[in-house]
Design a protein around this ligand. Sequence first.
Ligand SMILES: *[C@@H]1O[C@H](CO)[C@@H](O)[C@H](O)[C@H]1NC(C)=O
Ligand SMILES: *[C@@H]1O[C@H](CO)[C@@H](O)[C@H](O)[C@H]1NC(C)=O
Ligand SMILES: *[C@@H]1O[C@H](CO)[C@@H](O)[C@H](O)[C@H]1NC(C)=O
Ligand SMILES: *[C@@H]1O[C@H](CO)[C@@H](O)[C@H](O)[C@H]1NC(C)=O
Ligand SMILES: *[C@@H]1O[C@H](CO)[C@@H](O)[C@H](O)[C@H]1NC(C)=O
Ligand SMILES: CC(=O)N[C@H]1CO[C@H](CO)[C@@H](O)[C@@H]1O
Length: 509
Amino acid sequence: MKCPKMPETLLWCRALPNISPVTAFLLFVLCFLEGCVLVVSVIEQLAQWHNSTVKAAVERLCDYIPEKLQGFCYVLAELYGPHIAELIDKEMNADVVCHSLRLCKQDPGQPLCHLYSPPKVSCFPTFLKTTACGMSFKLELGSLKVSTTLRGYHWRGRDCDDKNTTVYPGRRPDNWDAKSDSNCNGIWVSADSKGVVLLGDSAGAHFHIPPEWMTVTQMSAKSFANLPMAFSDELDWPQFSEITGFLNSTIGGWTDSLYLRLRKRNRCNHRDLQNISQNGGSSGNLLSLIKSLARNQLLDNPAIVIYATIGNDVCNGERDTLAHMTTPKEMLSNVVQALRYLDSHLPNGSHVILTGLVDGRFLWDNLHDRYHPLGQLNKDVTYSQLYSFLDCLQVSPCSGWLTPNETLRNLTSERALQLSSVLKEIARSEKFASFDIFYMDFPLRQTAEEWRKMGGEPWQLIEPVDGFHPTLGTGITWQKALHEWPQVLGKENPFNDQIEAIFKDQGGH
Ligand SMILES: *[C@@H]1O[C@H](CO)[C@@H](O)[C@H](O)[C@H]1NC(C)=O
Ligand SMILES: *[C@@H]1O[C@H](CO)[C@@H](O)[C@H](O)[C@H]1NC(C)=O
Ligand SMILES: *[C@@H]1O[C@H](CO)[C@@H](O)[C@H](O)[C@H]1NC(C)=O
Ligand SMILES: *[C@@H]1O[C@H](CO)[C@@H](O)[C@H](O)[C@H]1NC(C)=O
Ligand SMILES: *[C@@H]1O[C@H](CO)[C@@H](O)[C@H](O)[C@H]1NC(C)=O
Ligand SMILES: CC(=O)N[C@H]1CO[C@H](CO)[C@@H](O)[C@@H]1O
């Protein structure tokens, strides 16, 4: 049998510098094998579930997605639909279809990458060999460089007066706010308050891909309503995150964040939050990220800074992953540099909490034999298969932990433990002028334990689509601070009830 070839168009999808969220989404689908496999799988399963033709399934999908994208969707359906339909009708799976689309350039000598078990169809191996795609793409979208200027108030407390640069969340109130609300906390007249700043990675920013985007049994127009916004926030949802979250979650679960708890303790803390976290954030690249911290040492209130790069120092998608991990010596140098920077920028009386690295063996142990959302309909894609697929494409978010090789998983955890020890030692021995400093282990085990007591299962604490990001334990961090470092959280404001009565929701978020 001869396999059809696709038009080799759409070369524009390589290397565009500043791209819109919609383009980012299209790039992901068209240029990256994992994006293509995802979309073709969804089309296949939609046809199967609704017992329709492939053509009808493509149209159904185009109808589901937001209007902004529909034009593109119909053009693509026109261009690729018949080809996809032909292959699917021949019972080829999404791997074969996507390899045959040949949208990405092949790197010679790359192995074949496939998500599904190879089909029995005879043409699969030969033409796959010549089209295997080894493009390097970070699942975390880091390399896409989605313009960060898009980032709006989901990432920081909303400014209440864009025209006056001396008015912003977190500053010490001007003349006790006698004339106006100079720190945007929705209250005139203010008491001691503090802000929350997170220096972190994708877990801190709450990286999440909604599973309903790929679960055909639950799919409707509503499933994709948040797609453009999600891509403009780089698939992060800081507004729901466990440190700086402030909106009730629309992506499952509820929002319980350090910020909300601190605000409840003292309503004057309203809106004083900053994200400063990024997908792929590690002790090294945090050093440039940290420069976007907005805090005036003289004018502003103290801040509680959570330093939580919980995995990227040991997580990478390289073939020799161990050689690319941060060493304890590098860790020491990076963290001390970051802390010196904070020391010269944070108002006196601030606090820094260093969080240890996660033990990522939790991920494999709890997920490897479970079905991924894409594999639930036909019971054909497990997390172990997904991890191998991403690893093969060299886009695994963590080759060291998301691997069947137990020795490698152990070695990765060993390095993570060494790096956590560096943090612990820094907190014990270093002193800084403008803040005190604490260390805590990443509370994954305790979170899982508490979750189990509530009747949950540990795997539910992990992001379902990437099988990588764990839930951060807000409650546990809070309790620890409350009991061991009460000065960090400050006193409860006795006027909270009055503030609520007079200022209501303090202007919202
Ligand atoms: C800006 O805000 C400050 C502090 O509230 C106030 O003193 C000043 O008059 C404001 N400036 C303008 C131009 O409104
Ligand atoms: C979230 O919703 C619950 C119940 O509707 C409400 O009590 C809570 O205040 C809300 N939280 C936020 C942050 O809006
Ligand atoms: C910082 O505040 C502490 C008390 O919280 C005080 O003892 C110290 O002198 C202050 N340092 C500076 C440089 O103002
Ligand atoms: C990995 O570590 C676990 C727990 O420390 C241990 O029980 C297991 O034997 C180790 N496995 C290998 C292959 O080193
Ligand atoms: C498992 O990983 C270790 C450490 O990278 C490596 O030495 C070993 O060869 C791997 N084992 C297999 C079966 O790939
Ligand atoms: C709105 C805002 O200030 N967002 C910031 C969040 O943090 C990133 C760094 O990751 C900054 O570049 C953004 O400006």
